[in-house]
Design a protein around this ligand. Structure first.
Ligand code: MN
Length: 204
């Protein structure tokens, strides 16, 4: 049987200073190299713990173990999506195009209305968490998720198109406690082409 795979920390698709002035190099290094890495390591440690218990036939606290795995793996998945839906401001389109522009207009009435609702969701996520734009395959409608921690309030099977991390570790070095300022900055570095590619891959 082939070796079981573990999670790996993806490299950023741009330089650490590429998102300046909206996200500083120091902020991005800390966030990617320390925080994201910790979720990768955390998830792998639990997979290892599960494997070892299975090998020796010992019991684990399944409730606690699975809750922790959901948190760590969720953190890894969301951070991976986050890095790749950002792009240097010079490269990032100002607004969505293609199918994404159409579905946002149909659902929200306008891009501005979507931005307003998404920003409000991200600004009001309680404690540590995320806002995500997701796709409901049952209705064919885009939906906003307000994810707490990395794993609470997630709609099962809804494909995530775009996320913003609103844990304090995502913006504290640059913006201190001012999450709205970070969100304002975020809109300058969204890679709309990538978000559109994610949607078109689903609805093709
Ligand atoms: Mn984070």
């Amino acid at each position: 049987m082939s070796e079981k795979k573990l999670y790996t920390l993806p490299e950023l698709p741009y330089a650490y200073n590429a998102l300046e002035p909206f996200i500083s190099e120091a902020q991005l290094r800390l966030h990617h190299d320390k925080h994201h890495a910790a979720y990768v390591n955390g998830a792998n440690a639990i997979l290892d713990r599960l494997d070892k218990a299975r090998q020796v036939g010992s019991d684990l606290d399944m409730k606690a173990t699975l809750k922790e795995l959901s948190f760590q793996a969720g953190g890894h998945v969301l951070h991976s999506l986050f890095w790749s839906n950002l792009a240097p401001a010079a490269k990032a389109a100002k607004e969505p195009s293609g199918a994404l522009a159409d579905v946002l207009k149909k659902e929200f009435g306008s891009f501005e209305r979507f931005k307003k609702e998404f920003t409000a969701a991200a600004a009001s996520t309680e404690g540590s968490g995320w806002a995500a734009l997701a796709w409901c395959g049952m209705t064919g409608r885009p939906m906003i998720m307000q994810i707490e921690k990395h794993n609470v309030n997630v709609y099962p099977m809804f494909r995530i198109l775009m996320v913003v991390d609103v844990w304090e570790h995502a913006y504290y070095l640059d913006y201190k406690n001012e999450r709205p300022k970070f969100l304002e900055a975020f809109w300058n570095i969204v890679d709309w082409d990538e978000v559109n590619r994610r949607l078109e891959a689903i609805i093709k």
